[in-house]
Write a protein that binds this ligand. Structure first.
Ligand code: NAP
Ligand code: ZN
Length: 347
């Protein structure tokens, strides 16, 4: 067994504890990664607090992992000791179904194995990135290009790929008018990526507080959504809206901001349901879509794009003993714009 120090959530909503946890011995296709930084995604909070239903405890969250390869299994061909690598939300899939063959492993018909709060095909409980080390199949580790610091690369492994996927799928580029709802971890990456793809980007945030930041991130317009008149004035404005909000949102109002034939892509995952009358979609032939992370080839493509365009996440770095407090700050929407844990502070 490989052991590592890790931050463990002992039960739903309980404070984190530092413990020693075990990983399997390296299989032929496995790599051992020395983790440098792990991002805190709002999905970690949803799961630690059991907002998505029963979860597996004790839990080591973390699916925005950046580090270096410390050891490789006998059959590993894609990575070497010392390589800078990242791991996102998945650590295994069947590799044989039509989706895996297409590089859309998140839709694996056998069920992709999630990085934590999941079970491998052998029944082993998975453990994520709030730790000093992790063991994963080399197929689920991507190369982090030189030029992106490991700290600002970590959030790209979830926030980056989750926003990249819908922007590419819905053809965002020069001439596109894009709105991003919620300026948090995912939202700020959506702004950076859409702007780098050439789109005209508007940020829709609850208050005026993030206006200047939004401009620096690449947005050309900004609206504080607390005032209903502001949203009224934006009707029929956007080709694509990316909703990253982690809580209830009156989605019907936002559908009205789409131009005819526009698409609102939802990536936020609050536990509550949307209420959408058919007319809100039919009237302007508008679409309400969802998007689930992204496959491994697209993750590498996104990282290479970020390196080419000088993009990393905008981060606040914390030590391991600050994670409980950071969770409350994420929920309050008070983080600028992604918290990453410096895992060298885990003792
Ligand atoms: P985050 O950093 O907390 O950002 C969410 C943003 O939503 C906040 O910054 C805030 O923006 C806005 N917001 C928060 N509470 C709100 C409320 N009550 N009403 C209106 N707006 C509110 O979270 P994140 O890590 O970006 O994740 C966002 C959501 O995406 C989560 O639900 C997460 O589980 C989900 N997610 C989905 C996928 C996927 O594959 N689809 C992947 C990763 C995460 P303002 O302050 O600007 O208003
Ligand atoms: Zn995430």
């Amino acid at each position: 067994m490989t052991t590592t120090r890790a931050l463990v959530a002992p039960s739903a909503g309980a404070p984190f504890e530092t413990r020693t946890v075990e990983h399997r011995e390296l299989r032929d296709d496995d790599i051992l990664i020395d983790i440098a930084f792990a991002g805190i995604c709002h999905s970690d909070i949803h799961q630690v607090r059991e907002e998505w239903g029963p979860a597996i405890f004790p839990m080591v969250p973390g699916h925005e992992i950046a580090g270096t390869v410390a050891a490789v299994g006998a059959g590993v061909t894609g990575h070497q000791v010392g390589d800078r690598v990242g791991v996102g939300c998945m650590v295994d899939s069947c590799g044989e179904c039509e989706y895996c063959k297409d590089g859309e492993e998140q839709f694996c018909t056998k069920g992709a194995v999630m990085t934590y709060n999941g079970r491998g095909y052998d029944g082993e409980e998975t453990k994520g990135g709030y730790a000093k080390r992790v063991v994963v199949s080399e197929r689920f580790a991507v190369r982090i290009p030189e030029g992106i610091g490991l700290d600002e690369a970590a959030p790209l492994l979830c926030a980056g790929i989750t926003t990249w996927t819908p922007l590419r799928r819905y053809g965002v580029g020069p001439g596109s008018k894009v709105a991003v709802v919620g300026l948090g971890g995912l939202g700020h990456m959506a702004v950076k990526l859409a702007a780098a793809l050439g789109a005209d980007v508007t940020v829709l945030s609850r208050t005026e507080a993030k206006r200047e930041d939004a401009r620096e991130l690449g947005a050309t317009s900004y609206a504080a959504t607390g005032d209903p008149a502001v949203l009224k004035g934006l009707r029929n404005s956007f080709d694509v809206i990316v909703n990253t909000v982690s809580a209830d949102l009156p989605i019907r109002t936002y559908l009205g901001l789409l131009k005819p034939m526009g698409t609102l892509v939802n990536v936020g995952l609050p536990p509550s349901a949307f209420e959408v009358p058919p007319g809100a979609l039919v009237g302007g032939s508008r679409a309400l879509a969802g998007s689930n992370i992204g496959g491994i080839p697209a993750t590498q493509e996104m990282l290479d794009f970020c390196a080419e365009h000088g993009i990393g996440a905008t981060i606040e770095t914390i030590s391991a003993d600050e994670v409980d407090a950071a969770y409350d700050r994420v929920v309050a929407g008070d983080v600028h714009y992604r918290v990453v844990i410096d895992t060298s502070t885990l003792s």
